[in-house]
Design a protein around this ligand. Structure first.
Ligand SMILES: Cc1ncc(COP(=O)(O)O)c(C=O)c1O
Ligand SMILES: Nc1c(O)cccc1C(=O)C[C@H](N)C(=O)O
Length: 399
């Protein structure tokens, strides 16, 4: 344990995660968070008691409303959203499709979707598919891969033709933290809607979606919310848009009365209308455990630890790796940085492969970035020290 770990008010939270007591260095909590220790027994209890005991009655008793009730929990604990505006279900990709499609339909006559070239592939691919489907054009914002979308770049891209702007809050490559209220205001001034991808911020960066005037947002739950591989994503639709937006996948679970099984679709009131098919109940349970943990730690304290971890990683990289040609490719200003740090070097693809052999698990992202995902409640400062010392050794051995 380092002095920084001894002084860390959240250090004890690490013990709550499966495997955190092992020597393995885990820098990929921003792709797949560790499971919580309470989750295994809880899932077993669910199988025995709720699924096995209540059987089909479980739908009436609790499961039917779970996408909304967990949505409200997300709103309270991590999104800064009043109840009734968030729900859990589908993958982020499917939710991106639903909300982009709903948004462009709500801006008839406008011909463009604005998106940046460095946005996550699924966001770009879905936007391209919708542009093709609806006869729209993509207006690309060129961003520096070590930065992200700024107010200047967005102002230059939007016009009276913009139907929708799609931006990631934290850029998956650089960790650039976009200014949500400012960019939202710029899009609104042009008469457009904005869809925020919160995958890399939710659970590590505090959000105030209601106060920031956000229209629409999606995010995954398997990163900093530790929901497990393939856990369902969430969506947020601001109350003022709930009645005006129509999503394209009109399934029975988003209908006004699913069990009426009527001849035609009529959307439910409120956020339920954005659901489509039977919700993945088992996949939502782990997420509830992590939300409870974040609530007990306090999201501001989580962010403070995240900033301390990323600042420390940059400090160690400067000290240990700069003379080997490693360049910090994430913002140095913590106010502009999310929960990970990317380090560039021409050999990072080979370095990443060698690190995995040594039980140090970051990931690699083109063009030559080693990405360190530092999950605030489960990563220690000692892990940062040990992991970056291994990076130095591997670089020496490859030189
Ligand atoms: C910014 C961003 N959007 C979307 C996704 C993923 O979407 P899905 O869960 O549908 O694979 C990820 C990560 O995989 C991501 O980092
Ligand atoms: N969702 C993932 C998956 O199913 C397999 C491997 C990695 C992922 C990720 O989450 C990647 C991550 N979103 C990224 O920013 O690169």
């Amino acid at each position: 344990m380092t002095d920084l770990d001894r002084g860390d008010p959240l250090a004890s939270y690490r013990d709550r995660f499966v495997g955190a007591d092992q020597p393995l260095v885990y820098f990929d909590g921003n792709s797949l968070g560790r499971p919580l220790r309470v989750t295994g027994p809880r899932l077993a209890r669910f199988v025995e008691e709720e699924w096995g005991g209540r059987l089909i009655r479980g739908w009436d008793e609790r499961w039917f409303d779970l996408p909304r009730t967990i949505g409200d929990d997300l709103g309270r604990v991590v999104l800064g959203a009043a109840p009734g505006q968030a729900a859990v279900g589908d993958s982020t990709t499917v939710l991106l499709y639903k909300l982009m499609r709903a948004a462009v339909a709500a801006r008839p006559g406008r011909t463009e979707i604005v998106i940046d070239r460095d946005n996550f592939p699924t966001d770009r691919y879905v936007a391209a598919g919708i542009a093709e489907e609806c006869g729209l054009t993509l207006r690309w914002i060129d961003v520096d891969t070590s930065a992200g979308v700024t107010a200047e770049l967005l102002s230059a891209a939007v016009s009276e033709q913009t139907a929708l702007v799609v931006v990631s809050h934290v850029a998956y490559r650089s960790a650039w933290l976009a200014d949500v209220p400012e960019l939202t205001r710029i899009a609104h001034d042009a008469g457009a809607l904005v869809l925020w991808d919160l995958c890399h911020s939710v659970g590590s960066v505090p959000l105030e979606l209601d106060a920031w005037g956000v229209d629409l947002a999606v995010g995954c739950t398997y990163k900093y919310l530790n929901g497990g591989p393939g856990a369902p994503a969430f969506l947020y639709v601001a109350e003022r848009h709930l009645a005006e937006l129509t999503q394209p996948i009109q399934g029975w679970m988003g209908a006004v009365d699913p069990f009426l099984m009527g001849p035609s679709y009529a959307p439910a009131e409120g956020i339920r209308r954005f659901l489509s098919g039977t919700p993945a109940i088992v996949g939502m349970l782990a997420l509830q455990d992590m939300l409870a943990l974040i609530e007990s730690a306090g999201l501001d304290a989580v962010r403070a630890k995240s900033v301390a971890l990323t600042s420390y990683a940059i400090e160690v990289a400067d000290r240990l790796l700069a003379d080997a040609g490693v360049v910090v490719a994430s913002p140095r200003d913590p106010a502009r940085r999310g929960g990970h740090v990317t380090l560039n070097h021409p050999l990072m693809r080979e370095v990443t492969a060698a690190l995995w052999e040594r039980d140090v698990i970051p990931d690699y992202r083109d063009p030559h970035g080693l990405r360190l995902g530092l999950s605030p409640l489960s990563t220690s400062f000692d892990e940062v020290d040990r992991g970056l010392a291994e990076v130095r050794e591997v670089l020496n051995s490859l030189a």
